[in-house]
Write a protein that binds this ligand. Structure first.
Ligand code: ASP
Ligand code: MG
Length: 471
């Protein structure tokens, strides 16, 4: 049995929903799946705008936006649900949710204060609405299915906006609520991203959390696989906007995928990986535009997949823009202990997350996101030594399990990017990643040279495919 998750762009329009319905019906022939949906594309952002407007008592703006959400879902119903009584039921359900949303807008708008708890309630409507329309449309296409309120299953702590499931309760709930439905032949359609505290307050798992929901459900139900349907060609060797000849990767390990997502590739929410890894459930990243193409499978057992052994070095190159380097230098570091701890505690105290680090005896360079509020950190650092900032840099990460055991990688990397000014280098911690920091303007040149170095020669194997969108 598969858990199938569709992202916002894979269900956001009539055409996208129709494709998703076809994909679910094709899967149903193999085994009855559980379907997890995100909100329709753009809706969560709109709900956040609504929440913020309501919090500032701008009720008019919030209501205008909720009107757009209502209209969008009613249009989907109009186009996708044909049976008159079913259409009426779907319209009613959409109207009820949007009425509820508008009650919330008024309530929050009058008080003029947005709490963490009401923020999550606002955000939950996107998934509630998308699944409502989708399950009715699925029924209308003749597919036996049922809508499930995920808040009955996903019981979480009360860490609003970043809630985490209470694992034991949830896995029991999942089995109790879902198994029987599947056995009776009904496709279960439910929401990603949302949950509930034990007391029944709506929570969310953090932006992009639907992937996490899918992986958790897969683990709790011990599904055979987890399918993540998106609008990209699986995981690619590089961002195709930077490297037009980037290829789709057929298979990668969990560590490679996790590493890539930490390093800025739009692979999967990093947390998604863990429940699937623990149960060793393969995760497929698939394109809803090209359902026939094989996509990328992420698994710890690539050797079990035929024809997928890979002896090349590099699997993928990830780029994280919007970074800046903090260079710190002090002669007082020489021969002292505890200095590094002091430096890091300054970042920690000020809530600034450090990405890459490189040190020498008397200096440290670190990268942080350029959106971090650095002022307080810099003030404290200046009391200890000289500080210099290099803005507008990007991290380029070269990732592959085989880097662990290979020689000569650094040489190839540096000869490839010899025309580019490298600001920082880091290798080691994870063993499967070499990181370079370059100025943002140099990213295209550096990445194209690296891609050419590692993917154009004899090492390209059957695990790389031309993306389906280019066939
Ligand atoms: N709808 C939520 C978001 O946009 C969750 C998701 O799409 O995974 O963040
Ligand atoms: Mg998403």
């Amino acid at each position: 049995m598969a858990v199938m998750k569709f992202g916002g762009t894979s269900i956001g329009t009539v055409a996208a929903m129709e494709r998703a319905i076809d994909i679910v019906m094709a899967e149903r022939v193999r085994a009855v799946p559980v379907v997890v949906l995100s909100a329709c594309g753009g809706v969560t952002n709109k709900l956040i705008e609504i929440a913020e407007s309501a919090g500032k008592s701008d009720i008019e703006k919030a209501m205008a936006l909720s009107g757009e959400i209502r209209a969008h879902h009613l249009e989907l119903v109009e186009a996708l649900v044909h049976d008159p009584s079913r259409r009426e039921a779907a319209n009613m359900a959409v109207m009820n949710y949007v009425d509820e949303l508008e009650e919330l807008i008024k309530g929050v708008g009058i008080v003029g204060e947005l709490t963490a708890r009401s923020y999550d309630s606002f955000c939950s409507f996107g998934e509630l609405l998308s699944t409502t329309v989708f399950s009715q449309a699925l029924l209308d296409s003749g597919c036996e299915s049922t809508w499930l309120d995920m808040r009955r299953v996903m019981i979480t702590d009360d860490n609003f906006s970043m809630a985490r499931p209470l694992d034991e309760i949830c896995s029991k709930n999942a089995r109790d609520a879902i198994r029987l439905l599947l056995e009776s032949g009904k496709v279960v359609v439910t929401q990603g991203f949302i949950g509930s505290t034990k007391e029944g307050k709506t929570t969310t798992l953090g932006r992009g959390g639907s992937d996490y929901t899918a992986a958790l459900l897969g683990a709790w139900l011990q599904s055979d696989e987890i399918q993540i349907w998106t609008d990209v060609d699986g995981v690619m060797t590089c961002d195709p906007r930077l490297v037009p000849e980037a290829k789709s990767i057929r298979v990668m390990t969990f560590t490679e995928a996790a590493e890539l997502s930490y390093l800025g590739a739009k692979v999967l929410h990093p947390d998604t990986i863990s429940p699937a890894v623990q149960q060793n459930i393969p995760v497929y990243v698939l394109s809803s535009h090209y359902p026939e193409s094989k996509g990328t499978v992420i698994t710890n057992n690539p050797e079990t997949l035929e024809g997928t052994s890979y002896s090349g070095l590099v699997k993928s190159i990830a780029v994280k823009k919007g970074q800046c380097i903090v260079n710190f230098r002090s002669n007082r570091m020489l021969g002292r202990y505890g200095f590094m701890a002091e430096i890091f505690s300054i970042f920690a105290r000020n809530g600034v997350s450090v990405d890459m680090v490189s040190t020498s005896e008397v200096s440290v360079s670190l990268t942080v996101s350029k959106t971090a509020s650095l002022e307080a950190v810099l003030d404290e650092l200046r009391n200890m030594g000289d500080v210099e900032i290099e803005p507008d840099v990007a991290t380029i990460s070269i990732v592959g399990d085989n880097l662990r055991t290979s020689k000569g990688v650094a040489g190839r990397i540096f000869s490839a990017v010899k025309g580019v000014n490298i600001r920082m280098i880091s290798q080691g911690a994870s063993e499967i990643n070499v990181g370079l920091v370059v100025e943002e303007d140099d990213v295209p040149e550096a990445v194209q040279a690296l891609h050419h170095q590692f993917f154009s020669g004899s090492e390209t194997s059957s695990i790389f495919e031309k993306p389906a969108s280019q066939e």
